[in-house]
Design a protein around this ligand. Sequence first.
Ligand code: ATP
Ligand code: MG
Length: 650
Amino acid sequence: MSETEWSNLSTEERRFPPPPELAAQANVTEETYRVAAQDPEAFWAEQAKRLSWGTPPTETLDWTNPPFAKWFADGTLNAAYNCLDRHVEAGHGDRVAFHFEGEPGDTRAVTYAELTREVCRAANALTTLGVQAGDRVAIYLPMVPEAVVAMLACARLGAVHVVVFGGFSADALSTRILDCDVRVVITADGGYRRGSASALKPAVDTALEKCPDVRTVLVVRRTGQETAMTEGRDLWWHEALAAEADEHTPQMFPAEHPLYVMYTSGSTGKPKGILHTTGGYLVGTSWTHWASFDLKPETDVFWTAADIGWVTGHSYLVYGPLVNGATSVMYEGTPDTPHKGRWWEIVQKYGVTILYCAPTAIRTFMKWGEQIPAEYDLSSLRILGSVGEPINPEAYVWYRTHIGGDRTPVVDTWWQTETGMHMIAPMPGVTAGKPGAAMRPVPGVSIDVVDDEARPVADGHAGLLVITKPWPSMLRTLWGDDQRFVDTYWSRFEGLYFAGDGAKKDADGDLWLLGRVDDVMNVSGHRMSTTEIESSLVSHPKVAEAAVVGAKDETTGQAIVAFVILRGEAAEQAGEDVVAELREHVARDIGKIARPRQIMVVPELPKTRSGKIMRRLLRDIAEDRELGDVTTLTDSSVMDLIKDKLPSAP
Ligand code: ATP
Ligand code: MG
């Protein structure tokens, strides 16, 4: 059965061409694609001029020892200087870098000049504490400006930051500290979440019981709650910084100097420690931030509504926007605190022009209803971005219509922690968007869809997504494990980066992501995409969210099992008839082969902290097994909630 064909089911006819005013002044045009395709390396060498180099690079790509790439290897630079000082020197010191909005309603506007001074103080404080280039520093903070300051202070010193999402447990923190041999941790007393102060420092204390080599903990005061401090180890951040000067001369580091390690979401298994280096990463993130969002740094107000603890926060809340001198919004809390219009209130208040968030958030807003955003003035928005999972066509159209006033392009960005930057995305001034499609590789990037023998599939067919040429912000290795790096990404196909996702080329050659290869179902010899069936379920008016998995089946090999969350009223009357209705809906919509064997109505779905559905845990349930690694779940009690609602397994 190795030559199994992918079933190619969905049909989507809607098209959204770019607004003419946007196209007329767009950063990226068809010409950009043409130039980039002609000579991708020359294209990236050109983009490297976006940065301020100590020594400008004369080399672009060194691929003599694949898959270990070097980009701009003979250049030197300082990441923090590129994000901060140079904008101040250019006369933009008074520009706001971040409009910070705390959950309780406290606000701070942090200018480039202020941010530069804070980062200098923090870099001096870290130096006093003995931090040197190459050392690893863990950052475990809520979404507060100090998180950015801490990251950039490390970058300024050439120290490698390891940001761990503030919602993770002590266990997840200690694993990462040990894996990276971290000696200094930056944390806070607590943060605000759902209307109350929640402590963070106790988790650090617990984690450090297993990490005897950590010598210093710097504690940011955010909530003011009682906090136990360990003598000789713990210091208050504000005290440490107050003792230091607000000037610091940045040292230039080689382009390949490590910038950070970030762990993947863990959707498919144990998280991997992705290593990014400096020059190529900054070129890739700043260029894509400018291109995909058609950024005009002088006038745009950009908002990545994602946590700093995942890669989207690194590339598009910190590095991309700051290298570009953009003004961003940073929001600490949840979308429904103190009310379900909080995001739209923020868009209205700051005049946000570009919003970037995940499909899971969009589906939540759909569930709450369009009357909520309708109460706010969202007319400042001109571009809407999406990241993290395939966006269901219904969610795409809802987003465009109810948030974007039916005028804003929706930019669906496919990428990974590993890729560092957007890899597939429409360009808002060029592409006629198709709901649910990520469209084309971004200029300068080479991607294909191949069959099991690495042969490119023809238009109209599906297969495995691969990246065919190195790109500047590619991961350099997995921290401390070159062999796992080679095995995971480079051994499935000779010379190709295997992304782990399935994709389809439509009749025009545009790309549709079909979900993870690990999640793909094989029903009677047909490969079925989780994404297509989930999107069909979500297109039914009674369904708010859906997750689909393949469970072992004696007759068909695997059978489709769906988990659905129903919308408002439907949820109250859930019964056998809803299930039958939904099974028929899918059969009618995409074909009998796609009709789920079983549909389970559940109150919640297991998600990672970045909002991705963890299908592997649902598969464990569908096949009645022990649950796998749950450390990156948003809320581990969700699994009990789901199990309680289920009939005993068939
Ligand atoms: P792990 O590798 O540990 O399982 P993860 O893959 O969830 O974790 P991330 O790097 O955060 O960790 O996620 C990247 C993955 O997210 C991609 O491989 C893809 O499956 C999915 N993804 C991200 N953006 C999109 C998108 N726009 N469309 C479709 N899928 C997306
Ligand atoms: Mg992954």
